[in-house]
Design a protein around this ligand. Structure first.
Ligand SMILES: Cc1ncc(COP(=O)(O)O)c(C=O)c1O
Length: 434
């Protein structure tokens, strides 16, 4: 009798899917999720907020009281634009970063991820250009790919997006006869780069975009999680209401599981966003919005943000300390002043994607850099998150990682780049999200 053959699954629908599905690939992070969540693996991969630190009893009581007193409304359909009371609270939250907007111009979304989807849907035709930092948020790149946008990356340095590079990118896109629709930027505690856009550069970036007729899409989920001093005023705080679309989220300051985010947009854009959102989800979940509203109104939510900041700062310190005492020479990394992420660059000749299986074997997980680019850059780079593991685990994770990098360097010194590639298999970035 013939031995059992491995099952090959064919997708019977190939050939019938819309072209836009070609850009839809599993992100590096999702592919890692199963391995990285094994208990023996120290995961420096996922960007999960430390929800364990939330006042869960108080949130539980708030939710049951809400259902007992206003359950019929909380479990009902709601407004497509989002709960008006929540939109007022959102304006107060945005004001903490200098953003002044009217509740009428706010649209509540299912996380800021849905806001990215809606903005892309209303502005992007296949082949339109979106300018984005290099590297950029993997979830945004996934959305852009699914609408067949052409992402052109703009370099950053330790002060964030480089204005001169933005000018050149705009000129290059124009020179090639294509249309750039917007700049997508994460000015605070960038995911994945860990850097922030310098105050003075914010004005310059806005001015460059206005002159070029480009909207700025400012994605700011981490702005209130800075460790050093008050928040830097947002790009949208610079007095220009017409050229900036501002995205916020309660995922990092409260709870990602509730999936409540928002967009503040010029009025005409806001109208389109609501239509697009109604076509997509009818309305954001009423219950979750009411939970957020109650939480903001009755709990010391800003005190809780301070608690989160203390935890993340301690973890950031643990990671930076471990990196500087353990990483082999030639490795560099960013020094975030808030948020969740450190962006590291491996010594010349190493490839973070090729190294990944060895790291998993050594029981440490990270996200290889190529997933954060739309064009296959970033082979030597990787993202390390410090938001979830406790400091001692972070140190252990960095110890394991340093051991893996050292072993790679030895291999490189022994066999040279060509043979090392052949032994380990050269890294082949997959299209789109990689
Ligand atoms: C830069 C950035 N934008 C948007 C999101 C999406 O957040 P959410 O949909 O949970 O609000 C994230 C999540 O990690 C992020 O890092």
């Amino acid at each position: 009798m013939a031995g059992a053959r491995p099952t090959v699954t064919f997708d019977a629908f190939t050939g019938r899917y819309a072209q836009r599905t070609a850009g839809m690939t599993a992100s590096e992070i999702r592919a890692l999720f199963a391995v990285a969540s094994r208990p023996e693996v120290v995961s420096l991969a996922g960007g999960m907020p430390y929800t364990t630190a939330l006042p869960l009893d108080a949130v539980g009581k708030l939710m049951s009281d809400l259902l007992a007193t206003r359950g019929a409304v909380a479990l009902q359909y709601g407004s497509g634009q989002g709960d008006p009371v929540l939109r007022e609270h959102i304006c107060e939250v945005m004001a903490l970063e200098g953003v002044l907007g009217s509740p009428d111009n706010v649209t509540v979304t299912v996380g800021s991820q849905q806001a990215l989807d809606l903005i892309t849907r209303i502005f992007i035709d296949p082949g339109d250009v979106i300018l984005a930092e290099a590297p950029s948020y993997v979830g945004a790149l996934g959305t852009f790919a699914s609408y067949q946008a052409d992402v052109v990356h703009v370099p950053m340095d330790d002060k964030g997006l480089v204005p001169e590079a933005l000018r050149s990118a705009i000129a290059e896109v124009k020179g090639s006869g294509r249309t750039a629709k917007f700049l997508y930027t994460i000015p605070n505690f960038h995911n994945p780069a860990g850097t922030s856009l310098a105050d003075a550069r914010r004005d310059e970036v806005l001015q460059i975009c206005v002159e070029a007729g480009l909207l700025v899409v400012e994605d700011n989920p981490y702005g209130l999680l800075g460790f050093e001093g008050p928040p830097t005023p947002a790009i949208r705080a610079r007095g220009d209401e017409e050229n900036v679309i501002y995205l916020g989220s309660f995922s990092k300051t409260f709870a990602p599981g509730l999936r409540v985010g928002w967009v503040l947009a010029p009025h005409a854009v806001r109208e389109k966003l609501v239509l697009a959102s109604e076509a997509s989800v009818l309305c954001p979940p009423a219950l979750n919005q009411m939970v957020v509203t109650e939480y903001l109104a009755t709990q010391d939510w800003q005190g809780q943000v301070e608690v989160f900041k203390g935890i993340y700062q301690e973890r950031r310190d643990a990671m930076l300390g471990a990196l500087s005492s353990m990483m082999p020479a030639g490795t560099t990394w960013t020094h975030p002043t808030g948020g969740f992420y450190v962006w590291a660059t491996l010594p010349e000749g190493l490839d973070a994607k090729v190294m990944q299986p060895r790291a998993i074997t050594a029981r440490v997980a990270y996200v290889p850099g190529i997933g954060f680019y739309a064009d296959g850059q970033g082979k030597r780079e990787l993202r390390l998150s410090y938001c979830f593991p406790e400091p001692a685990r972070i140190e252990e994770g960095v110890r394991r990682l340093a051991g893996v990098v050292e072993a790679e360097l030895e291999l490189l010194a022994t066999f040279g780049p060509t043979l090392t590639d052949r032994v380990l298999g050269a890294s082949t970035p997959s299209p789109g999200l990689a």
